[in-house]
Write a protein that binds this ligand. Structure first.
Ligand code: FES
Length: 101
């Protein structure tokens, strides 16, 4: 059964920035983009690079270690066939950011 956890207040992650949060489900990277918030596992599936520290361009984050690109909306790697990072649905409830595990 899915459960939800509060990650942060909306004001904690300004537009076009990202931040990682340690949770009971692991470390989650949260990205604030012009079209909303996106939550992904922070650990890159290649060698655990911190995705929350990577730049975002055209809806994808580049892992800061070896530049694999992951689409924020579904976690699919767009420059290496096969890898994918887990994503989490995000809801904004009264200025708080919640994700569904
Ligand atoms: S650790 Fe992310 S691309 Fe290598």
């Amino acid at each position: 059964m899915p459960s939800s956890i509060k990650l942060a207040a909306v004001s904690d992650v300004p537009l076009n920035q990202s931040k990682c949060f340690r949770t009971a489900a692991g470390t989650i990277a949260l990205f604030h983009q012009p079209d909303g918030f996106y939550a992904l596992d922070d650990a890159c599936p290649h060698r655990d690079g911190p995705l929350s520290e990577g730049p975002v361009k055209d809806g994808a984050v580049a892992c800061p270690w070896h530049q694999w690109l992951f689409r924020l909306k579904d976690g699919v790697c767009t420059n290496i066939p096969g890898p994918k990072v887990k994503t989490y649905p995000v809801q904004i409830i009264k200025d708080e950011i919640w994700i569904t595990l």
